[in-house]
Design a protein around this ligand. Structure first.
Ligand code: B12
Ligand code: SF4
Length: 442
């Protein structure tokens, strides 16, 4: 067997079956840079990110390694089948492979890898592949303590080069895929490796994005990391996902700004306290405004995630969300109708209550029109309205927030670069709205 592994990150198929391809992305997954770095040095490797490039089906690699983050799994499965027809050994990994392993191990691939494999784990898999003794499934832990291989992304147009300081999240929200995998646990990465990666990024880009689910998982660690970024004179400007309680922490906010953070992505989800409690999210809606004010005062802008379709939501809720979002403290709204992702507790609950409106996992994909577009299809029966009312209310909310006056209001700020960036992102928001209208034939 030739010691050569071919890594593939599939893109995904739109609702009309075409493949989503392009030449630039705001952010990219770190799976390939991590796996490339974990590959034993006596193995040759090739990597294709299908969003940017085409797949080489004539590769002389013996092992084909496919990642899957979400609905890209449908495309991943087609790729796997083609390579199996060509007698290649095919292995799968990633979030969606973990959730959908039952679909894969039947006849799609030779093995499914769960967890975050490090160099030792990759060596084991490849030794087993070489001796034709691959297990059907490998359950590894989390090994992220090594520098990642940024050459994988160096020639790609990516606005925020991805960087990672932790895996998992200390919270355990019912709707969240991360919670479904890591169950309220998180693993921190050694700071020296994060700094090494930030230095690699500095050589190829001016902007980075932490792809952690929550960089505020551990306050002591975050403070240490921010001080290390400052001490190492890393000049990148960056964004990250955090929980809203960071707004009560002036010391951290001050260090975040000094370390280059300019944008925080925060999941507020809803402005109804009962909704939050109903999905095991532990924050207080009444604290949002004050916390947002503090974050803005520190010079950092906020992108806010919200969902519509919770059990206490009604046709009145879009107006309440609009009032909250347009009150001036959120520079970029990210809105979705709640998606009951298989594997999450909310999926289980809705299934038990016979409220799901889809049978096949892949059907969830059908609403995506852009690469990472909002879910505007209601895949279940909401409690206090119909699915159709939820979709209409969502569209109405999106439309109100997509008006030019709202876009300009949200994007205004003293820093011209930041303003240009926010304007660009808010215009994408508007484009999505226009696209959704077309889909709904309005
Ligand atoms: C960056 C990112 C994106 C980018 C991806 C761009 C791109 N083309 O790469 C964008 C913004 C476009 C995006 C889109 C979406 N995303 Co996304 N995304 C992420 C994010 C923030 C980081 C991913 C990452 O780099 N992780 C760090 C790496 C190191 O971990 P990893 O990916 O798990 O890979 C490790 C292991 O899984 C394993 N592994 C992975 N693949 C393989 C393959 C083999 C062969 C082996 C051996 C091992 C292995 O080893 C890797 C190294 O440790 C994650 C959250 C997170 N922190 O993971 C969400 C996340 C993965 N996304 C999620 C979702 C919901 C989506 C969307 C559906 C959103 C939407 N509304 O459309 C889409 C679907 C995209 C798709 N392709 O299907 C969910 C999970 C989905 C799920 N399956 O349950 C996550 C977990 C966020 C969340 N908590 O909800 N996303
Ligand atoms: S706080 Fe965010 S990342 Fe953490 S479990 Fe809840 S939704 Fe998921």
């Amino acid at each position: 067997m030739k010691k050569k592994i071919y890594y593939i990150q599939p893109t995904y198929q739109t609702s009309d079956g075409t493949l989503l391809k392009g030449d630039s992305l705001y952010v990219h997954s770190l799976a390939m840079p991590a796996l490339s770095a974990a590959t034993p040095s006596d193995w040759e490797k090739n990597i294709t990110l299908q969003y940017f490039e085409d797949i080489d089906y004539d590769t002389d690699a013996s092992v084909i390694a496919i990642t899957s983050m979400g609905y890209d799994i449908a495309q991943g499965i087609e790729i796997a089948r083609e390579f199996r027809r060509r007698n290649k050994t095919v292995i799968f990994g990633g979030y969606q492979a973990h959730f959908s392993s039952h679909l894969l191990i039947k006849d799609v691939c030779d093995c499914v890898v769960h967890g975050n494999p490090g160099p030792e784990d990759m060596r084991k898999i490849l030794i087993d592949a070489e001796s034709n003794q691959l297990e059907r499934e490998y359950h590894f832990g989390i090994d992220i303590n090594f520098p990642f291989d940024y050459s994988v992304l160096a020639d790609k147009k990516i606005t925020f080069m991805p960087v990672l300081s932790s895996i998992g999240c200390i919270n355990d929200c019912d709707f969240c895929c991360t919670a479904a995998v890591y169950k309220g646990q998180c693993r921190l990465r050694k700071i020296e490796y994060v700094i090494e990666d930030l230095k690699s990024i500095s050589r190829i880009s001016k902007k980075a994005g932490f792809v952690d689910n929550n960089i505020y998982n551990n306050r002591k660690y975050l403070l240490k990391l921010l001080k290390a970024i400052i001490d190492n004179e890393i000049k990148l400007k960056w964004g990250a996902q955090v929980t809203i309680d960071i707004g009560d922490d002036p010391e951290i906010l001050d260090y975040l700004y000094k370390a280059g953070c300019r944008l925080l992505f925060i999941g507020m989800e809803t402005v109804n306290q009962e909704n939050l409690a109903g999905v095991n999210k532990k924050y207080l809606v009444q604290s949002y405004k004050e916390r947002l004010r503090n974050i803005n005062r520190s010079g950092i802008k906020v992108a806010g995630y919200f969902m519509f379709g919770f059990d206490n939501d009604t046709t009145e809720t879009p107006q309440m969300l609009y009032d909250f979002i347009s009150s001036g403290k959120i520079s970029l709204p990210i809105l979705n109708i709640l998606v009951p992702v298989p594997g999450t507790r909310i999926f289980q609950k809705l299934k038990q209550e016979n409220r799901l409106l889809f049978e096949e996992e892949q059907e969830l994909l059908k609403n995506n029109s852009f690469y990472n577009s909002a879910c505007n299809t209601c895949f279940y029966i909401p409690k206090l309205m119909t699915a159709e009312e939820a979709e209409n209310g969502f569209l109405e909310l999106y439309g109100k927030l997509a008006g030019y006056s709202q876009i300009i209001k949200r994007s205004l700020c003293f820093n011209p670069f930041m303003m240009a960036f926010l304007l660009g992102m808010n215009i994408v928001f508007r484009r999505e709205y226009l696209d959704m209208r077309k889909k709904h034939k309005l």
